[in-house]
Design a binder for this molecule. Structure first.
Ligand SMILES: [Cu+2]
Length: 345
């Protein structure tokens, strides 16, 4: 069993089948495009392996031309998870993964969102969603103590890719610990067809122990105040989505792929670049109401924003997704790979 099979074939199966968005079945997506567990995640252990979201486990493109209603549950869940091979950290998560599940709806859709807080949590949580109008992005209405749940209903009135994140007073700590994800509101006419889509989240982690320390590393408020993280990662894992650990994402020569990226921060702007390729078309800030920029090498993705980029794959290669502030790659763990082959092994 290789490392990718280990993550995405066994331990994550539990998560993928119950936590991640369930793909819709039937003609026009039956009732919902996505469904999240209504029963909570009590079966998920408090100590996990990697918390890395599988970049391929996202809801499918929307094919319908009318509005529908979605019932979505997100659970705030504090877990000890693997930040690196041999290193663990107390993550705060949405649904036990980093970034939190990608929510995908269409402009004009309505959402009933239930925010739960796992009983074993010891911190309050809430959610601020940049895709809605309302006080605190809904954070006022969704403040939950351990064991509580709150529900809000809203309509997605404008298109784009938007971050959602915890927004309690220690919001920087909670986001740094993993509490962020993306909601994609597709425009009325949808997105251009592509062959594959991938989902990544960048954030930085402030620890007392230096990068590379074995065992459990602990949060450092002073380093956060100085904005000096020891770790900068995609999907909550040091070089997680790569041959170095859990395995690269995969695509085929000749395909067109789309990458969704959410930058949690809480403080660092990503200079998002695909080494060995170029963003043929990209939407800065995920602002889909605007025409895309073309043939962009490096696109800033600010904390609290998103990015959508498309690439052509004319040659076999390994594309390395990086923040081109390269000390974060060389010294702080930031890397994700997309292997482009003639066929997918
Ligand atoms: Cu929180």
């Amino acid at each position: 069993m290789n490392r990718r099979d280990f993550l995405f074939g066994t331990s994550a199966t539990l998560l993928a089948s119950t936590v991640l968005p369930t793909l819709a079945k039937g003609k026009e997506n039956a009732v919902h495009d996505i469904a999240f567990t209504q029963t909570g995640l009590s079966h998920v252990k408090h100590v996990l392996g990697p918390v890395a979201a599988d970049p391929t486990k996202i809801p499918p493109p929307i094919m319908r031309s009318h509005s529908i209603h979605h019932d979505i549950v997100l659970e705030a869940r504090q877990v000890e998870g693997q930040l690196d091979q041999g290193t663990t950290f107390n993550f705060m998560t949405w649904n036990a993964q980093v970034p939190g599940p990608m929510i995908r709806v269409r402009q004009g859709d309505t959402i009933t969102l239930t925010i739960k807080s796992a009983k074993h949590n010891n911190r309050p949580h809430n959610i601020d969603i940049h895709a809605l109008y309302g006080s605190g992005g809904g954070s006022m209405a969704t403040f939950v103590s351990p064991g509580e749940s709150k529900t809000e209903k809203f309509k997605c009135m404008y298109p784009g890719a938007f971050i959602y994140h915890c927004a309690v007073p220690n919001m920087d700590e909670h986001i740094s610990s993993g509490m962020f994800g993306m909601i994609l509101v597709e425009p009325y006419d949808g997105l251009p067809k592509v062959d594959r889509e991938f989902y990544f989240g960048q954030h930085e982690i402030y620890t007392k122990e230096p990068f590379g320390t074995s065992g459990k590393v602990t949060f450092d408020y002073d380093a956060m105040a100085k904005e000096q993280p020891n770790y900068v990662v995609f999907n909550g894992a040091v070089q997680g989505i790569s041959s170095e650990w859990l395995g690269a994402a995969k695509a085929k020569v000749g395909e067109t792929i789309r990458v969704f990226m959410v930058c949690g921060g809480p403080n660092l702007t990503s200079s998002f670049h695909p080494i060995g390729n170029v963003w043929s078309r990209c939407w800065p800030q995920g602002a889909l109401a605007n025409p895309p920029l073309k043939y962009v090498q490096t696109q800033p993705v600010a904390p609290g924003s998103c990015f959508i980029g498309e690439m052509e794959l004319p040659v076999a290669e390994t594309i390395k997704l990086v923040d081109h502030a390269l000390s974060r790659v060389a010294r702080k763990g930031l890397l994700a790979e997309i292997d482009v082959h003639q066929t997918i092994p």
